[in-house]
Design a protein around this ligand. Sequence first.
Ligand SMILES: *Cc1c(COP(=O)(O)O)cnc(C)c1O
Length: 380
Amino acid sequence: MIPLKQLEKLAARHGTPIFVVDHEEIRRNYAMFKRYLPRVQAYYAVKAEPLPEIVETLYKAGASFDVASMPEFRIVYENIKRMPAQKRQAWIWDKIIYANPIKANATLRELDRYKPLVTYDNIEEIRKIRKYAPHAGLALRIRVPNTGAMVELSSKFGAAPGEAVDLILAAAKAGLGVEGLSFHVGSQTTNFENFVQAINLAADIFKEARDRGYAQMNVLDIGGGFPAPYDETVKPFKELATKINAELDRLFPRDIEILAEPGRFMIATAATSVVTILGRAVRDGKVCYYVDDGVYHTYSGIIFDHCHYHMKSFRKGREQICGVFGPTCDALDVISMSESLPADLELGELLYSPKIGAYSHASSTHFNGFPPAKVVHVNR
Ligand SMILES: *Cc1c(COP(=O)(O)O)cnc(C)c1O
């Protein structure tokens, strides 16, 4: 966590709202991921927060990247400077996976010249890839249990396990190479059994594919979902890693490459937002603060990510349950109806929210004429 004094200084220098990104914390998160999952190469899911500065910091630390749109692909491709031209194809697969199972024809056409690694989960997509991106390598996204994840993803993507090998053989028959499998256990997964079950399911499919004559798969992508430590209820990452390592070592020989696509885990704890109190009213006996950032902006995760962020004050005072509202005129723009805050804060005072790095600033809008918070980088 960035010292409060420093946050206050940054707010004084830049004004508010600001979204303060701590690159030292990003490096710590990446190092922790590598330390506990030494066999797994982390492909940072750029959609969690796509700032190029973050891509650069993670690249320097050794990360690869998961992109899901052409603009995300370009953010990664164009912001990574050292790229050995002769080995470009190997480099692309080492550094980028295009992990959106559904891709526009135009996207595939544009991606093809990079000979990318892309995911798919249905027969129509095989036809599209064959036609528009025949040089792509494929990873089949399978559907796995998402029980207990904060954000469920299995209803939108993933081939049913029973049809997985048919889809692998269909791609092979179309002349495409299926490199392996991918899955996503759901975002902010606190039910670690999801990973155990998914890895076992994937191992069964590897075996069935071999039994039916397809032995070319050498990649397992265990996706995202690694939980950020938002509060004490989240069990330590080490505990999850121990389970994952045991299953991987038991079920997947060393020559199978293991990838993961952590988004939230890398960035959630690495950003803090700072806002200013613009207004104060007492409504039905409750103190309500109106601040200069809200759910259309940095706090968008309240809506899209089902996430609750805490609002904290820079000074102590007698606390009371208060309401905190964003700056727009929409009644949806509620940060919290019950935040414990000093009841005597004055207009112009600052509040801050830690651990707000993931799926927050990334989905800011310009609604009601209010621009997204200014980004401030520290410890770059
Ligand atoms: C969003 C997403 C991720 C990142 O998920 P987290 O829960 O933030 O780790 C990884 N892979 C895919 C395919 C995604 O859509």
